[in-house]
Design a binder for this molecule. Structure first.
Ligand code: CA
Length: 238
Protein backbone atom coordinates (compact mmCIF):
# COMPACT_ATOMS: atom_id res chain seq x y z
CA UNK A 1 0.00 0.00 0.00
CA UNK A 2 0.92 3.65 -0.15
CA UNK A 3 0.37 6.06 2.67
CA UNK A 4 0.78 9.68 3.68
CA UNK A 5 1.19 10.71 7.30
CA UNK A 6 0.64 14.18 8.73
CA UNK A 7 0.89 15.14 12.40
CA UNK A 8 0.88 18.58 13.99
CA UNK A 9 0.88 19.90 17.55
CA UNK A 10 -1.92 22.32 16.59
CA UNK A 11 -2.29 25.94 17.67
CA UNK A 12 -3.01 25.62 21.39
CA UNK A 13 -1.19 22.63 22.90
CA UNK A 14 2.51 22.74 23.77
CA UNK A 15 3.20 19.08 23.09
CA UNK A 16 2.09 16.60 20.48
CA UNK A 17 0.75 13.59 22.41
CA UNK A 18 -0.41 11.74 19.27
CA UNK A 19 1.66 8.85 17.92
CA UNK A 20 1.48 7.28 14.51
CA UNK A 21 2.71 4.14 12.77
CA UNK A 22 2.68 3.48 9.02
CA UNK A 23 4.28 0.40 7.43
CA UNK A 24 3.34 0.48 3.74
CA UNK A 25 5.01 -2.84 2.86
CA UNK A 26 3.23 -4.66 5.71
CA UNK A 27 0.00 -2.75 5.00
CA UNK A 28 -0.29 -1.90 8.69
CA UNK A 29 -1.23 1.55 10.00
CA UNK A 30 -2.14 3.00 13.41
CA UNK A 31 -2.84 6.26 15.21
CA UNK A 32 -2.88 6.77 18.99
CA UNK A 33 -4.00 9.82 20.99
CA UNK A 34 -2.46 9.98 24.45
CA UNK A 35 -3.79 11.69 27.56
CA UNK A 36 -2.29 12.50 30.94
CA UNK A 37 -0.36 15.35 32.51
CA UNK A 38 3.22 16.40 31.91
CA UNK A 39 4.16 14.36 28.83
CA UNK A 40 2.44 11.22 30.16
CA UNK A 41 0.08 11.22 27.17
CA UNK A 42 3.02 11.18 24.82
CA UNK A 43 4.51 8.25 26.74
CA UNK A 44 1.22 6.31 26.60
CA UNK A 45 0.57 6.79 22.88
CA UNK A 46 4.15 5.96 21.88
CA UNK A 47 4.11 2.84 24.13
CA UNK A 48 0.92 1.73 22.40
CA UNK A 49 2.18 1.98 18.82
CA UNK A 50 5.52 0.46 19.86
CA UNK A 51 3.74 -2.55 21.41
CA UNK A 52 1.72 -2.91 18.20
CA UNK A 53 4.83 -2.71 16.02
CA UNK A 54 6.77 -5.20 18.15
CA UNK A 55 3.93 -7.73 18.32
CA UNK A 56 2.80 -7.57 14.66
CA UNK A 57 6.10 -7.02 12.85
CA UNK A 58 6.84 -9.78 10.31
CA UNK A 59 3.45 -11.44 11.03
CA UNK A 60 0.53 -12.07 8.71
CA UNK A 61 -2.70 -10.05 9.16
CA UNK A 62 -4.85 -11.61 11.89
CA UNK A 63 -7.52 -10.08 14.13
CA UNK A 64 -6.55 -12.25 17.13
CA UNK A 65 -2.98 -10.99 16.88
CA UNK A 66 -4.25 -7.43 16.76
CA UNK A 67 -6.31 -7.98 19.90
CA UNK A 68 -3.26 -9.48 21.66
CA UNK A 69 -1.18 -6.46 20.66
CA UNK A 70 -3.83 -4.10 22.06
CA UNK A 71 -4.11 -6.09 25.31
CA UNK A 72 -0.36 -6.12 25.68
CA UNK A 73 -0.17 -2.36 25.07
CA UNK A 74 -2.89 -1.89 27.69
CA UNK A 75 -0.98 -3.90 30.31
CA UNK A 76 2.35 -2.22 29.58
CA UNK A 77 0.83 1.24 29.92
CA UNK A 78 -1.14 0.50 33.10
CA UNK A 79 1.93 -1.14 34.72
CA UNK A 80 4.16 1.80 33.77
CA UNK A 81 1.60 4.19 35.24
CA UNK A 82 1.54 2.23 38.50
CA UNK A 83 5.32 2.30 38.86
CA UNK A 84 5.88 5.99 38.20
CA UNK A 85 3.65 8.55 39.86
CA UNK A 86 4.41 11.15 37.18
CA UNK A 87 2.69 8.80 34.72
CA UNK A 88 -0.33 8.08 36.92
CA UNK A 89 -3.64 8.26 35.08
CA UNK A 90 -2.09 8.16 31.63
CA UNK A 91 -3.94 6.44 28.81
CA UNK A 92 -4.33 6.44 25.07
CA UNK A 93 -6.64 5.62 22.23
CA UNK A 94 -5.40 3.35 19.47
CA UNK A 95 -6.95 2.60 16.10
CA UNK A 96 -5.16 0.22 13.73
CA UNK A 97 -5.81 -1.01 10.19
CA UNK A 98 -4.19 -4.06 8.58
CA UNK A 99 -4.97 -5.01 4.99
CA UNK A 100 -5.08 -8.63 3.81
CA UNK A 101 -5.41 -9.84 0.20
CA UNK A 102 -9.21 -9.56 0.28
CA UNK A 103 -10.18 -7.51 3.26
CA UNK A 104 -9.21 -4.91 5.82
CA UNK A 105 -8.89 -5.71 9.52
CA UNK A 106 -9.47 -2.99 12.10
CA UNK A 107 -8.81 -2.95 15.85
CA UNK A 108 -9.97 0.04 17.85
CA UNK A 109 -10.20 1.54 21.35
CA UNK A 110 -11.20 5.16 22.06
CA UNK A 111 -12.31 8.02 19.84
CA UNK A 112 -9.70 8.04 17.09
CA UNK A 113 -11.35 7.00 13.84
CA UNK A 114 -11.14 5.01 10.62
CA UNK A 115 -13.00 6.41 7.62
CA UNK A 116 -13.45 4.83 4.19
CA UNK A 117 -13.82 6.88 1.01
CA UNK A 118 -15.61 4.68 -1.54
CA UNK A 119 -17.73 5.74 -4.52
CA UNK A 120 -17.23 9.40 -3.65
CA UNK A 121 -18.72 9.00 -0.14
CA UNK A 122 -16.79 9.22 3.12
CA UNK A 123 -18.11 6.99 5.89
CA UNK A 124 -16.91 6.50 9.45
CA UNK A 125 -16.13 2.80 9.96
CA UNK A 126 -15.32 2.75 13.70
CA UNK A 127 -17.65 3.66 16.58
CA UNK A 128 -16.31 6.26 19.01
CA UNK A 129 -15.97 5.05 22.58
CA UNK A 130 -17.04 8.37 24.07
CA UNK A 131 -19.80 9.74 26.29
CA UNK A 132 -21.12 11.85 23.42
CA UNK A 133 -21.23 8.89 21.02
CA UNK A 134 -23.21 6.87 23.62
CA UNK A 135 -25.67 9.76 24.03
CA UNK A 136 -26.02 9.99 20.22
CA UNK A 137 -26.57 6.24 19.85
CA UNK A 138 -29.33 6.42 22.48
CA UNK A 139 -30.92 9.39 20.68
CA UNK A 140 -30.52 11.65 23.73
CA UNK A 141 -28.71 14.43 21.83
CA UNK A 142 -28.54 15.59 18.20
CA UNK A 143 -25.34 15.60 16.06
CA UNK A 144 -25.36 19.42 16.35
CA UNK A 145 -25.47 19.23 20.14
CA UNK A 146 -22.71 16.62 20.09
CA UNK A 147 -20.25 19.01 18.45
CA UNK A 148 -20.62 21.48 21.34
CA UNK A 149 -21.22 19.07 24.17
CA UNK A 150 -19.16 19.74 27.34
CA UNK A 151 -18.24 16.02 27.52
CA UNK A 152 -17.20 15.71 23.86
CA UNK A 153 -13.60 14.91 24.87
CA UNK A 154 -14.49 12.30 27.50
CA UNK A 155 -13.79 8.77 26.28
CA UNK A 156 -15.30 5.65 27.79
CA UNK A 157 -12.55 3.21 26.78
CA UNK A 158 -8.78 3.66 26.57
CA UNK A 159 -5.55 1.71 26.78
CA UNK A 160 -3.84 1.99 30.17
CA UNK A 161 -6.74 2.96 32.42
CA UNK A 162 -7.62 -0.55 33.63
CA UNK A 163 -5.89 -3.97 33.65
CA UNK A 164 -8.27 -5.30 30.98
CA UNK A 165 -9.74 -3.64 27.91
CA UNK A 166 -12.45 -4.50 25.40
CA UNK A 167 -11.15 -4.08 21.84
CA UNK A 168 -13.49 -3.52 18.88
CA UNK A 169 -12.48 -5.86 16.03
CA UNK A 170 -13.87 -5.36 12.52
CA UNK A 171 -13.35 -6.89 9.10
CA UNK A 172 -14.43 -5.16 5.88
CA UNK A 173 -14.29 -6.46 2.31
CA UNK A 174 -12.08 -4.28 0.18
CA UNK A 175 -12.76 -2.85 -3.27
CA UNK A 176 -10.48 -1.31 -5.90
CA UNK A 177 -10.08 2.43 -5.39
CA UNK A 178 -10.75 2.40 -1.62
CA UNK A 179 -9.06 5.23 0.26
CA UNK A 180 -8.68 4.83 4.03
CA UNK A 181 -8.35 7.70 6.50
CA UNK A 182 -7.16 7.15 10.08
CA UNK A 183 -7.23 10.20 12.33
CA UNK A 184 -7.26 11.49 15.88
CA UNK A 185 -10.09 13.69 17.18
CA UNK A 186 -7.94 16.78 16.59
CA UNK A 187 -8.99 16.40 12.94
CA UNK A 188 -12.54 15.06 13.28
CA UNK A 189 -13.52 17.67 15.92
CA UNK A 190 -12.37 20.51 13.64
CA UNK A 191 -13.95 19.37 10.35
CA UNK A 192 -17.30 17.73 9.61
CA UNK A 193 -17.38 14.46 7.69
CA UNK A 194 -18.80 16.30 4.67
CA UNK A 195 -15.98 18.87 4.75
CA UNK A 196 -13.39 16.07 4.82
CA UNK A 197 -15.24 14.24 2.04
CA UNK A 198 -15.24 17.33 -0.20
CA UNK A 199 -11.43 17.57 0.05
CA UNK A 200 -10.83 13.84 -0.42
CA UNK A 201 -13.00 13.50 -3.55
CA UNK A 202 -11.55 16.56 -5.29
CA UNK A 203 -7.81 16.32 -4.51
CA UNK A 204 -5.00 13.78 -4.86
CA UNK A 205 -4.14 12.04 -1.54
CA UNK A 206 -1.02 14.20 -1.11
CA UNK A 207 -2.90 17.44 -1.64
CA UNK A 208 -5.89 16.23 0.38
CA UNK A 209 -3.63 15.38 3.36
CA UNK A 210 -2.16 18.89 3.32
CA UNK A 211 -5.59 20.49 2.86
CA UNK A 212 -7.13 18.49 5.73
CA UNK A 213 -4.32 19.59 8.03
CA UNK A 214 -4.51 23.20 6.91
CA UNK A 215 -8.31 23.37 7.35
CA UNK A 216 -8.09 21.80 10.83
CA UNK A 217 -5.50 24.41 11.84
CA UNK A 218 -7.59 27.23 10.34
CA UNK A 219 -10.65 25.97 12.24
CA UNK A 220 -8.76 26.51 15.50
CA UNK A 221 -6.31 23.63 15.84
CA UNK A 222 -7.32 23.31 19.49
CA UNK A 223 -5.83 19.82 19.80
CA UNK A 224 -3.00 17.76 18.30
CA UNK A 225 -3.92 16.71 14.75
CA UNK A 226 -2.84 13.41 13.19
CA UNK A 227 -3.96 11.67 10.02
CA UNK A 228 -2.96 8.82 7.75
CA UNK A 229 -4.27 8.32 4.22
CA UNK A 230 -3.66 4.81 2.87
CA UNK A 231 -4.57 3.25 -0.46
CA UNK A 232 -3.47 0.57 -2.91
CA UNK A 233 -0.86 1.65 -5.36
CA UNK A 234 -2.25 2.22 -8.84
CA UNK A 235 -5.89 2.29 -7.65
CA UNK A 236 -6.04 5.94 -6.59
CA UNK A 237 -4.61 8.72 -8.74
CA UNK A 238 -1.64 10.18 -6.84
CA1 CA B 1 -6.84 14.38 20.87
Amino acid sequence: MKSIVRTDVGRVRKQNEDSVYAADAQRLFAVADGMGGHRAGEVASSMAVEALRARLQARQPDLRLMRQAFEEANLRISCAAEKDERLQGMGTTMTALWQTERSVLIAHVGDSRVYLLRGGRLRQVTDDHSVVAELLRCGLITPQEARRHPYRNVITRSLGSAPTVEVDLLEREREPGDLWLLCTDGLSNMLTDREMEALLVSLSPQKAADALMQKALEAGGTDNITLILAWNDGEVIP
